[in-house]
Design a protein around this ligand. Sequence first.
Ligand code: ZN
Length: 185
Amino acid sequence: MSTTSVRYMREKGQIELALQMIAYEARTHTIRGCTGLSDDRIRRLYTTYFKDTKGTPVRRQRGKSPTRCAIFMRNLETQRQSATLASLLVQFGLLPLYSAQAPLMATRGIAYGTRFCRAFSMYVAICQLPEFCFEKAWALCNALQNGEELVVHSCQQCSGLFVHDVLSLKKPVCPCCRIKGPSLS
Ligand SMILES: [Zn+2]
């Protein structure tokens, strides 16, 4: 492939991913981190493709990304949805199954962003009333990669993956098993 074609393909990938992320209302900072596009370019893509869309308008998210881990553990429903999202992130190679391992996708870039968008769209499809927007899902992924407050854990009762608070004194049991009550076996 010629240098021009390589550059064209790369730029096409950058723009396609940026458009997907804008549609999910990702922050400019997050889009820039994955696509490598400048803030100005992202702003112009938003103005060209989304500013005058009919139907549900796409908002531009400004300010800092949500990082408080408490929102993921607030109640059984947010814990159940965190578990769904974490399992998808593991399956898409964005989180390791065991915290000691490195994830398949360690570098932020177009491939990482594209996989994240796919995982997020599946999460939205599975949870009919998603609790977490794109940026919150992104923050959960970051928090789980960081592992200081939250980790992916395997449930003691059903072996399913869920999000566990490292400071919690509760038994590592997933929200679904907690709803069902203690195992009789
Ligand atoms: Zn369980």
